[in-house]
Design a protein around this ligand. Structure first.
Ligand code: NA7
Length: 582
């Protein structure tokens, strides 16, 4: 396998099973993007992707509950360099997204780099070697585990691509662990369980629960939805994409680009609605939400009261759905807004105004916990130990933070994707991930060069730069809707610090990430002259917003139609001339 390619083009072979240039943790959208950029931008195939699951796709493999789909338009939900013309709906479903990711992995020959069923337990920076030492275990019951249950891999660079929505959060309700019926977390769905005619308790009413309810209510005998806090729900306006339009997007790329740029423009324009409760767009979204609720639940003021939030729109993730309220209105669905007191056996007891058990307890066959993820415990449960043996938990004792949401002080040669303060409430996360992947690859470049020269180089973000950056982000977030004290959300940690969301638009972030300034980093090792001689490196940004007028795109559309038709005629000229002869 090692072949005769020079390093770092040579992929890891058997002999280098435990020694590589780059370790990437996670084979989801972020890990795949970083790997593709390593190949394209650094001409590097000397890397390994460690994946805990038995397949790739990350969150799109984990989350396969009924109705699972993305709340970002399909037109924006693909890599900019691998745009998908084949989405069958305006909002893509989980199975289609997973199939798309598998296709991309095949196209870039990523499978040869992925070690499935391989879980990272710990990664420790070795100050003497200038390398990360990553400890992995292989899944119990796998063939690998029979002879190689755990081992270590040394690498020059470490990338965390484990995402923010990775570890399921189970509710802390007394008795939930002992529930005697069937119990599932939304991110661990058991499709072998038949829902037909079952009595189902659905805990939660976030984005996930809202997608699950309409599907399970179709077949269940009864569904009780346990809502703790109401959410703002706006229309989704989903629709199929016809085969004709899919062909148009495939063969006339300018039309696809126009659609994508339009979606980007619209999504960026909704930024105000999310962060500024006094903005016109926030008011527009609120009005839309209320109008839809009143239309879909006509003449039900009691329900309107239960379902209308008292906090700013955007404070929690805005839910996009056309079918949640109609599902709530079904005769076999009950909305329960009293808190859950406890669970015993397969029964749920609710609580009255003072926390005391109230009313009859009800029995359920199935308990669905659509209760989200451990979002503020970034990289949980992996132990990361940096320079001078400093654990990440100590760096983050006041809350997760990173330089540009990507690099962490005292963690040399380390980058993370979808890290602290990089989540969005208004646009596609893939846009942020691509920026981070480019940036991280800009950091990896001199590290690879140093090793190629037989030297070592470590880069870690400067403390003052990290502090100044995060102060600025937190200052901007203070006045945003995310900070509304009237709501709790997965964007904040227990102390109320917003650790998950970015404070600006996507374009602002992309601009910030378009250049790697090595002077923002402490450089150490025999190869440090490499970055001293070239203090910065432009990685650029993917420009997704509209740049050209509709007229120009129309002209491009006409040209590409001519090119397609011309190509067709040339390819078939013999056949066509044969036709003429006959
Ligand atoms: P979320 O958005 O974290 O929602 C979790 C839901 O579970 C939310 O409605 C919570 O109520 C509810 N919850 C959590 N614990 C309890 C208890 N103990 N009792 C009742 N209800 C509870 O997770 P999702 O999976 O829906 O979405 C996560 C992201 O995935 C989403 O934003 C998209 O980006 C994709 P609360 O509102 O906290 O009162």
């Amino acid at each position: 396998m090692s072949g005769d390619m020079p390093w770092p083009q040579v992929p890891m072979g058997n002999k280098n099973h435990t020694n590589t240039a780059v370790v990437i943790i996670g084979a989801g959208i972020s890990g795949m993007c970083t790997a593709i950029d390593l190949i394209k931008r650094n001409n590097c195939r000397n890397f390994v992707i460690l994946e805990k699951s038995a397949g790739l796709g990350g969150t799109w493999r984990d989350n396969k509950y009924p109705g699972c789909c993305c709340d970002v338009w399909s037109t924006l939900y693909s890599y900019s360099f691998a745009q998908n013309s084949d989405w069958t709906r305006e909002y893509p479903g989980q199975e289609e997204i997973l199939a798309y990711l598998v296709g991309v992995a095949q196209e870039y020959k990523l499978y040869q780099h992925i070690r499935f069923d391989t879980s990272v337990e710990e990664a420790r920076w070795d100050d003497d070697l200038h390398k990360w030492v990553t400890k992995v275990t292989t899944a119990k019951g796998s063939k690998e585990a029979e002879f190689n249950p755990e081992y270590e891999i040394k690498s020059d660079f470490l990338v965390s691509a484990v995402g923010q929505l990775n570890q399921p959060q189970w509710p802390t309700i007394p008795g939930v662990e002992e529930f005697t019926g069937k119990k599932m977390h939304s991110a661990r769905w058991d499709w072998s369980y038949d829902l037909t005619d079952k009595k189902i308790a659905l805990i939660g009413n976030g984005c996930t629960a809202v997608q699950i309810l309409p599907e399970i209510a179709k077949v269940a005998k009864e569904v009780a939805v346990f809502q703790r806090t109401p959410n703002w729900v706006v229309p989704r306006l989903d629709a199929p994409v016809s085969p004709l339009m899919r062909n148009v997007y495939r063969y006339l790329p300018p039309i696809r680009w126009r659609k994508r740029a339009g979606a980007m423009d619209f999504r960026e324009a909704t930024y105000d609605a999310i962060v500024d409760s006094k903005s016109d767009t926030a008011k527009l979204f609120k009005d839309m939400a209320i109008e839809m609720m009143h239309t879909q639940l006509p003449d039900q003021p009691d329900m309107w009261e239960k379902l209308t939030p008292t906090y700013n729109i955007g404070c929690k993730r805005i839910i996009i759905s056309d079918d949640y309220y109609p599902a709530i209105n079904m005769p076999n669905v009950v909305l329960e807004t009293r808190p859950i007191h406890s669970i015993s056996g397969n029964a749920i007891k609710v609580a009255g105004a003072h926390g005391e058990p109230e009313g009859e307890e009800a029995d359920y066959d199935l308990l669905v916990c659509a209760t989200g993820f451990k979002t503020v415990d970034f990289m949980h449960p992996i132990k990361i130990i940096g320079r001078n043996g400093r654990p990440l938990s100590e760096v983050w004792k006041k809350g997760a933070h990173a330089y540009l949401g990507t690099c962490i002080e005292d963690m040399p040669n380390f980058g993370m994707l979808y890290g602290p303060n990089t989540n969005l409430g208004h646009n596609s996360i893939i846009l942020m991930i691509e920026s981070q992947s480019r940036y991280i690859n800009g950091l990896i470049k001199p590290v690879l060069e140093a090793r190629r020269q037989g030297k070592a180089l470590s880069l870690r973000p400067r403390h003052d730069k990290t502090e100044a950056y995060n102060e600025k982000v937190q200052e901007a977030l203070k006045s945003s809707s995310f900070n509304d004290p009237n709501c709790n959300s997965w964007y904040k940690n227990e102390a109320g610090l917003i650790t998950n969301n970015w404070s600006g638009t996507v374009v602002e972030y992309q601009q910030l990430m378009a250049e790697v300034k090595y002077s923002d980093y402490e450089a150490e090792g025999s190869g440090k002259a490499i970055v001293q001689e070239k203090p910065s490196y432009k990685v650029g940004r993917v420009v997704e917003e509209s740049q050209v007028s509709d007229k120009t795109l129309l002209a491009l559309g006409v040209l590409s139609t001519a090119a397609v038709v011309g190509g067709f005629l040339m390819r078939n000229s013999r056949y066509l001339s044969g036709m003429r002869l006959r």
